[in-house]
Design a protein around this ligand. Structure first.
Ligand SMILES: [Zn+2]
Length: 215
């Protein structure tokens, strides 16, 4: 089962990928993780990527694609994989298609985690962190006993810059702009499966199971 997960930050992709991994025994491949590990293990592509990173440059498409290719050729990917954070662009999606075709494989489902931005904003802007011990809270889902005070150590809770409404709003807009062409691309290929990602963990899991079972 070869899957791609598409969805904005905070849509629960990581949680669901973990569940599919446990259930189907296929690894979750997140671009950030494999990039770090390729660099640490000094694979041929990792060495290339490190040169760009050391210069403070974005790692170019062909190197990212090369790193994904290295990872997908590992033994544990023989039974399948979940790609998370890749492809990000239509060019990358094309490269992925060619790479898989060369190995006699293909993507079976592209699962798009659909979320209403205002709900996602509420989720993400409610996060708070303790200044002293770093423990995380949420004003709605996991509130501290006393507002603004850490349950664990009594430290002061604050909102990270990344969790501010303006920052998140911008991040979601950028995400939509980048992903819209990718969604059209996979829709045209009849691979796009949209799921409502704002349900409970169980209901989202069920929706994904139904998609996987549908072929
Ligand atoms: Zn604390």
């Amino acid at each position: 089962m070869n899957l791609v997960f598409l969805g904005p930050p905070g849509a629960g992709k990581g949680t669901q990928a973990n569940l599919v991994t446990k259930q189907c025994g296929i690894p979750q491949i997140s671009t950030g993780d494999i990039l770090r590990s390729a660099v640490a293990n000094q694979t041929p592509m990792g060495v290339k990527a490190k040169r760009y990173m050391d210069d403070g440059l974005l790692v170019p498409d062909d190197v990212v694609v090369g790193i994904v290719e290295e990872r997908l050729s590992s033994d544990d990917c023989v039974v399948g994989f979940i790609l998370d954070g890749f492809p990000r662009t239509v060019a990358q999606a094309d490269a992925l298609k060619v790479m898989l075709q060369g190995a006699g494989r293909s993507i079976e489902h592209v699962i798009s985690f659909e979320v209403d931005h205002s709900v996602l904003l509420g989720r993400l802007t409610g996060r708070r962190m303790c200044r002293s011990c770093g423990r995380g809270f949420h004003v709605v889902f996991d509130p501290p006993a006393e507002t603004g005070v850490c349950d664990g150590c009594g430290g002061e809770l604050y909102q990270r810059e990344d969790d501010r409404e303006e920052t998140i709003r911008r991040r979601l807009e950028v995400y939509d702009e980048q992903t819209a062409p990718l969604k059209s691309y996979y829709e045209a290929a009849s691979l796009l499966r949209k799921i409502d990602a704002l349900g409970t963990i169980e209901s989202v899991q069920l929706a994904i199971q139904n998609i996987i079972a549908s072929r």
